[in-house]
Design a protein around this ligand. Sequence first.
Ligand code: 26M
Length: 818
Amino acid sequence: MFGLMDQFLKNDPITLQNDILRHVEYTVARSRFSFDDFEAYQALAHSVRDRLIERWHDTQVHFKRKDPKRIYFLSLEYLMGRFLSNSVINLGIRDQYADALSQLGFEFEVLAEQEGDAALGNGGLARLSACQIDSLATLDYPALGYGLRYQYGLYRQVILDGYQHEQPYYWLNFGNPWEIERIHVTYPVKFYGTVEEEDFNGGKRQVWVPKETVEAVAYDNPIPGYGTRNTITLRLWAAKPSDQNDMESYNTGDYIDAVVNRRTAETISSILYPDDRSHQGKELRLKQQYFFVSASLQDIIRRFKDAHSNFDDFPEKVALQLNDTHPSLAIVEVMRVLIDEEHLSWSRAWDIVCKIFSFTTHTVLPEGLEKIPVDLLESLLPRHLQIIYDINFNFIEKLKKRIGLDYDRLSRMSIVEEGAAKSIRMANLSIVCSHTVNGVSKIHAELLKTRVFKDFYELWPHKFHYKTNGVTQRRWIVVSNPSLCALISKWLGTEAWIRNLDLLAGLQEYATNADLHQEWKMVRKVNKMRLAEYIETMSGVKVSVDAMFDVQIKRIHEYKRQFLNILGIIHRYDCIKNMEKNDRRNVVPRVCIIGGKAAPGYEIAKKIIKLCHAVAEKINNDPDVDDLLKLVFIPDYNVSVAELVIPGADLSQHISTAGHEASGTGSMKFLMNGCLLLATADGSTIEIIEEIGADNMFLFGAKVNEVPVLREKGPALKVPLQFARVVRMVRNGYFGFEDYFKSLCDSVEVGNDFYLLGSDFESYLEAQAAADMAFVDQEKWTQMSILSMAGSGRFSSDRTIEEYAEKTWGIEPCRCPF
Ligand code: 26M
């Protein structure tokens, strides 16, 4: 009997081989006697998919039977990267597959490289969603992630003559075996139209008469947990034309036009906005947000109504997490559905809304807060605008009673921003309607309370919390650094750390053990060789693995200060040039590696990329310098590039101007891999210092509280001579492109240097010198490296998710029996 079987699919090498060959023949439709690496990858992926689906079905049935309170994670961005390795590792069948493949004459690693990244997001926020989804599955939480299935992911970065160019990334070109199209899970999403008043129960009510309908189709991506049968869903929505739109044609021309117009529906989910800074008031972006919110909520409400008839139970069964303000229209949509469609009273609907939403913000800067122009909202979602006005009216009335007629404060806190162009402040809406507002690090929460949302904190101190970000060790150690993974398990005598990262602390006692040192250095060297090979293929630059690999990879931003890094490299170059030949022997050789994308419209960020190439050109071709200094830019930085670069890094830089990085998660990935950090006391670094101690890091720069004081000084700020000198070199055309770099140089001149590169420069160079000193003593360096890794336990997304589950969402694990 099928019903009594634990699982249909077996995982012995013979079954796996047969499965792969069957998929070559029938799914990929190639001959099982002749197929290439890509076709082998496709067949392999389908065979893994079958196993995922089996567990996924079991999990969904289990959740349905238990009917626990669920967490719905709403995010417009996910940077999932590749699925293959992560899936087979979480399923616990990587070695079996590797064996099966080798008997077929294929290497697992080689096939894994065939997969393109799922890059449906910009940067930190999007990768955080991906890490958190992995933790939700691993910890058995009844969770479901919702997102958009963009056809064009984050653009491909191509460098021509040192300039960034953006190319469309049509990632679905070769099919996507990791998703399951649910042609029957579709919902109509409506736009535009008018609001009419009609009689209802002896009174009046507002009804929205929309004008356009687009269909949302679900694509499910099964997300397996590690060490559990639980496999949860990441449900991504795609837009399709709807048959509900009127399409009466009177002649051929009308008919053709009508069909052509249908295709505009698909544009809604076609492209990811490639900016990680701000909202630009674009209609398509607003459409995406509402499309996402409406489809997800119809799905959530349908699931609730399947098992419940009274909406008062809704908060006992549903928690909705807003990943930044991008999905915050969900608040308004729940109000609209409950009032207009389910006919609840305003106050009952409001009661429910106030219990179900939690909001996490990922920005520090007030300028980064999302605003939606009222005229846009009025034309696209007229009923929603009314509801926002009503929410705001009630809020302001109550607020007046609390704080009196302090009009400045009232207008700062209002959800509606008055002015020439009226707009809706999405953060204010989210704070007013959520029960909890989370920051992403301790310092971030402090800044939210004292600066960004001070007025709200004073009103509702109980709402404000923080959950320090974390990353998943499954991807960032087990998948990306298998030899370190084996070493850790060997020395700890267990693999339990893969589900409980705190156990890494057990390695502290071996921090000076000579045997561990030797094995550790070996693992690191092999990873560096792999990275050196990649660098040579990508940029043609040969680098020595004996040099210190110094890495800065992240989105390019002024506040992240890649420019400071480059100016430091110019200084190092200048010093080597001006040295006696004999003294050069004392220089610690470095390979400086920079990678990251600039938003297409972000001029200064693009100039930083060009400068990096111009400086690299000069340094890498200077025989005086030789192996003492190399600079390489790694193009098209993404998740899978990170998986290759991080394990091979000796030193990594996290050097944002203090008070600007909400958290930062890259640093955690480096830390877990035994890379030392050169950093400012900003974001999560402050908590990393608490865990591993300042002695094991290279810290520099102004502290959060010093930054405003320094800015205050403006033109009177003292700037070191070396700084003026390196900026002048760029300005005077030492690296060419004088005119092009002028505005970049202007941005750090005295009086104009908002991100304080000048005033931090001296201590930056000191920290760099300290790193050189430490690197000379390889035993000391290795000890620091071990202690970095051993102290990284707190920065697992498992810990973050457990905190959210207990303190914010009020949910419990729901483990599917094996
Ligand atoms: C908004 C509107 C329109 C188009 C795009 C956006 C937008 C998209 C992404 C704005 C911001 C976006 O991301 C911000 C982000 O990635 N923040 C980072 O979040 C990380 C996870 O919490 C933190 O570690 C980083 O410090 C923070 O910069």
